[in-house]
Write a protein that binds this ligand. Structure first.
Ligand SMILES: C[S@@+](CC[C@H](N)C(=O)[O-])C[C@H]1O[C@@H](n2cnc3c(N)ncnc32)[C@H](O)[C@@H]1O
Length: 198
């Protein structure tokens, strides 16, 4: 049996997406096993979430570039700076291309959880990772990087006010949706998490 590194803390578990050969299609990104990571049907939600995060302007950070839908929406609000943390090498290539003519973009390569020391403080936080073993810990990072008044949201895959990131004081806006058939979201309402730092 392989010598499992028991002495390493569990947080060193790395997302499969750190190495996965994802497939980029015009309207989706898929894992090797065919499961969807991101789909274009989310565009109106991504745009609405980006508008929430950018409402006060300033410095914005995103965890997870995916198809760049939220990133493009964030750019349309002309943030002072736009930091994007992305773990997947194939998606990172797309991100570098996308960022070529966007001088306010700062790229953090790798797991967001390994990049906390490189982060500054932010006025807007858009957290949308996938298959992320450390997401439950994000609230610790959030305390360090959220400026007063910082607006934060993240993807909620459930049709109720599930505060997956356990950020205290989060409220939910219920948005009617009508997603096409897909393998991860079948609800008729999207419960968007909204947190504004006191
Ligand atoms: C659902 S997609 C993001 C979709 C994006 N909001 C959009 O509008 O296209 C999830 C992204 O998070 C990235 N990701 C997953 N785990 C991550 C981690 N621990 N740190 C940084 N990025 C991560 C994935 O590689 C993928 O690009």
């Amino acid at each position: 049996m392989e010598n499992y590194p028991k002495n390493k803390p569990w947080r060193k578990w790395v997302s499969m997406l750190a190495k996965e050969e994802v497939q980029i299609l015009p309207d989706a990104i898929l894992m090797k096993n065919g499961k969807t990571i991101m789909h274009r049907w989310e565009t109106p939600l991504m745009e609405y979430m980006a508008a929430f995060v950018c409402e006060g302007g300033g410095d914005i950070i995103e965890m997870g570039f995916g198809m760049g839908i939220s990133a493009t929406a964030i750019q349309s609000h002309n943030p002072t700076s736009h930091t994007i943390c992305e773990i997947n090498p194939i998606i990172l290539k797309e991100l570098y291309k996308w960022a070529e003519d966007r001088p306010n973009v700062i790229i953090l390569e790798g797991n967001w959880n390994d990049n906390i020391e490189k982060m500054g403080t932010y006025d807007g936080i858009f957290f949308d990772t996938h298959d992320d073993a450390n997401a439950y810990k994000f609230h610790e990072c959030h305390k360090k990087i959220a400026n007063p008044g910082c607006r934060t949201t993240w993807w909620n895959n459930l049709d109720w006010g599930y505060n997956e990131l356990e950020i205290e004081g989060t409220e939910f806006e219920v948005i009617p949706v009508n997603p096409p058939t897909n393998d991860y979201f079948h609800h008729k309402s999207y419960w968007m998490p909204q947190h504004i730092q006191g």
